[in-house]
Design a protein around this ligand. Structure first.
Ligand code: PLP
Length: 448
């Protein structure tokens, strides 16, 4: 790409400021909320996901899952178009009615996410009320901030939950003959504190301001019917003008059911996600393996960018032992980077795993023949050579992806089993006996 340097410099600046984003690559385990499997740099690991927004674990709820299956079976995936044309389904309409009734409102409008709902509701408000002035809490979510920014309307920021400051801002807007609109949240997710909603409503009445509340972290959790913090405080519909209740946190899963969007469905159904990730991994199979020169080129780029110091023969060595896998090659380089010292051949030899795929092929064939003894002999010989249980399973993972000895259906079944074992071994203990269990299960799976 001709303009690559623009991207390079932005990425370098983000890394320097510590703002470079690394996404957590996880798979939720249905039935084990809030446990998940985290795909780390070297191997998967069992984790507890304490930062999930699915507060009530509704993503694991059998009714929700069944409803999603029903919707999917009935209508297929995706809405087939924008809501303006053919993308509004009966599900959307019914859900909007249900949400309106939950909040005792005349109507509700469904968006694909709370971010979009905030951004576009605010932009629309500014178009409808040209002299609007948004008065926004300084701890508001990015979607509210972006909405204000993109609306190009005037704005005044008040100190978080500070009613004196809010009143000052309201006076300023009224003096300028503007229509004030107070933007705030009920439960602030980062600090976990709650807005003085009744005081805000009182001030809004006094200064004829519009009130716009984001109840994303409260709907489903507060109020006798779960309608949110306003319901908990017994506020009536004319106290608050607009509620963003997208409630991804709690009801997201039913919204997803109705919105019929396959991307959301995938994020709720663990199995779906596992399957998807498997499928995308398997697509890699169709790509031609990189040549040694290409692998060397990739390695050299990483080595210079990450300032890794190594002997020349180490580079030739890792290119040879990575079995043509860029992922493994990068894993080796990551290990070198973490060691943070000069890498000579001996050290590289220790750090880099090099299990021959020929051995793994033999192992698989013995498993296919239900020959437990011979398959375990292969595993034992690898252990004797010094490979850890995780090394063996990790290599087997790569092997399964690229081998022709297994048909696609079998791979599809083996990989979740393999992931599970890798996660267990990585986290708890390394024990050869466990490899026999794995082999036993594999034999069963292959001969079903
Ligand atoms: C207060 C608040 N509003 C809006 C959003 C955006 O939600 P979504 O992920 O559905 O876009 C979030 C995200 O967590 C949020 O915390």
């Amino acid at each position: 790409m001709i303009y690559e340097h623009h991207f390079d410099s932005v990425i370098a600046a983000y890394k320097k400021d510590g703002r470079y984003r690394v996404f957590n690559d996880i798979i939720r385990e249905r039935g084990h909320f809030p446990k998940a499997i985290w795909y780390g740099k070297y191997a998967p690991k069992n984790i507890v996901n304490w930062c999930s927004n699915d507060y009530l674990g509704m993503g694991q709820n059998q009714y929700v899952i069944d409803a999603m299956h029903t919707a999917l079976d009935q209508t297929g995936a995706g809405s087939g178009g924008t809501r303006n044309i053919g993308g509004t389904s009966q599900y959307h309409v019914t859900l909007e009615r249900e949400l309106a009734s939950l909040h005792q409102r005349e109507s509700a409008l469904l968006f694909s996410s709370a971010y979009v709902a905030n951004e576009w509701s605010i932009i629309a408000l500014a178009r409808i009320i040209p002299n609007i002035c948004f008065i926004s809490d300084n701890k508001n979510h990015a979607s509210l901030i972006m909405g204000v920014k993109h609306s190009r309307a005037d704005k005044i920021i008040f100190e978080h939950n500070d009613m004196e400051d809010l009143e000052k801002c309201l006076k300023q807007a009224v003096k300028a003959k503007q229509t004030p609109c107070i933007l705030f949240e009920s439960v602030y997710s980062m600090d976990g504190d709650i807005a003085p909603i009744k005081d805000i409503v009182d001030l809004a009445r006094q200064y004829s301001a519009i009130t716009y509340i984001d109840e994303v972290h409260a709907v489903g959790l507060y109020g006798p019917t779960g309608a949110g913090y306003c319901e908990h405080l017994n506020l009536y519909s004319d106290d608050i003008d607009i509620i963003n209740e997208q409630s991804q946190q709690v009801f997201r899963n039913c919204i997803d059911k109705y919105s019929n969007n396959v991307i959301f469905l995938a994020s709720c159904s663990n199995t779906q996600k596992v399957i998807e990730s498997l499928q995308s991994r398997m697509n890699v199979l169709n790509i031609k393996s990189p040549t040694e020169e290409q692998l060397e080129g990739i390695a050299n780029k990483i080595i210079s960018q990450e300032n890794i110091s190594l002997d020349k023969e180490v580079l030739t060595f890792i290119v040879k032992v990575c079995n043509g896998s860029i992922r493994i090659l990068i894993n080796y380089l990551e290990k070198f980077k973490l060691l943070n010292k000069h890498i000579d051949f001996d050290l590289a030899n220790k750090v880099c795993t090099n299990i021959s795929f020929i051995e793994l092929e033999k192992y698989t064939n013995y498993c296919k023949q239900s020959n437990l003894k011979k398959s375990l002999n292969i595993i034992n010989s690898l252990i004797v050579k010094g490979y850890s249980v995780t090394d063996i399973l990790d290599s087997y993972f790569t092997f399964v992806k690229i081998t022709n000895t297994l048909d696609e259906d079998k791979k599809y079944n083996i990989i979740p089993l393999l992931c599970k074992y890798i996660a267990i071994f990585h986290d708890i203990h390394e024990d050869e006996i466990e490899l026999s269990f794995f082999t036993n299960n594999l034999i069963e799976l292959l001969n079903q």
